[in-house]
Design a protein around this ligand. Sequence first.
Ligand code: NAD
Ligand code: MG
Length: 387
Amino acid sequence: MQRVAVLGATGSIGTSALDVIARHPDSLRASVLAAGNKVDALLALCRLHHPEHAVIADTAGYAALRDGLRAAGLQTQAHAGSAALDALVAADACDTVVAAIVGAAGLPSTLAAARAGKRLLLANKESLVLAGELLIEAARTGGARIIPIDSEHNAIFQCLADGNPAARITLTASGGPFRGWTRAQLANVTPAQAVAHPKWSMGPKISVDSASLMNKGLEVIEAHHLFGLPGAQIRVLVHPQSLVHSLVDFVDGSTLAQLGLPDMRTALAVGLGWPQRIASGVAALDLLAQGGKLEFEAPDLAAFPCLTLAFAAMAAGGTAPAVLNAANEEAVSAFLQGRIGFLDIPDAVAAVLDAMPPAPADTLDTLLDADARARALTQARIAQVAS
Ligand code: NAD
Ligand code: MG
């Protein structure tokens, strides 16, 4: 029995992971469920999946969680706070960790899973952008196997299964809800428009990132760390059908791709079952039923500067990717709250990167300090723009 901790259980990825786990009651069990602050949603999941432990990150939710579990007659132990989460992830309560917390808040628990040598199903791309070298090194020394859950990286992971090195990888991007729009047309888009993704159903933060192409930028940095490739060997192509999840070129002229319907349960089933294939609930791909067409185009870097900013931050190295990520998280949050416009997101990220020249980033403290300073600078800028 593989015991799985699902971090970010109430979110989009967490829900998909639990769906796959529930299809395999003889081999998979959700032993730890963790969420940010939605106690009621976490309790509902506990009633369905009967985990041994439930963790609410927001300590204010502890009493409600404990009492709710008791009232439901469950044996599940209640915990609160991020330190409790990190300890559970590292303990023998789980063999596998689905890291699906959104944002840099997911870094400590992801690192804890890597250090403890767990099978790490990594959806939380921000932790790799913020501290990629440290996380990969922690997994290496801890003996953790990282299986990328981001659909593009999961595709590449599958294409690289025979162990031969990639000559180049191509990350595909749907182009998001504003594909084909000019910069001028983007000036007045609303949060509701930005989160209405044409192909994938996802949480609000990554949906906005997909609309700005920052998601693809974060994924370029993610791929650099996961597959050990420099920027020159990573390319992005817009593929509106979202059926080819990424491609890998090899030295002999072969290109391998992984295809499938846009449903994250496939990547999660790969992670949970690997090297076996297990059922995910996702239907087989019928290319004719999907319109019979696969199209590719170059991204529009003038309308979507976030992708260029991410490539530049990766090339600069040191603290720059951490600064990019922190500024983006703050700007996206302000955009979702209606405080700034869509184009203020790349503007804020560019300004904060300019204001914070990259410094060497050899320790976690250096990176967390850069993250905190970038957030403060971004917030100051947002306050200016918003007033
Ligand atoms: P979401 O907003 O739907 O869910 C986020 C989850 O994180 C929730 O369960 C929330 O309670 C939890 N959370 C937030 N802050 C927390 C904290 N401080 N401590 C503990 N838990 C906290 O987000 P999502 O779309 O599921 O995305 C999760 C991660 O997976 C992100 O890093 C995203 O980039 C990545 N990802 C998502 C998809 C997708 O299809 N949704 C695809 C690829 C990668
Ligand atoms: Mg992705």
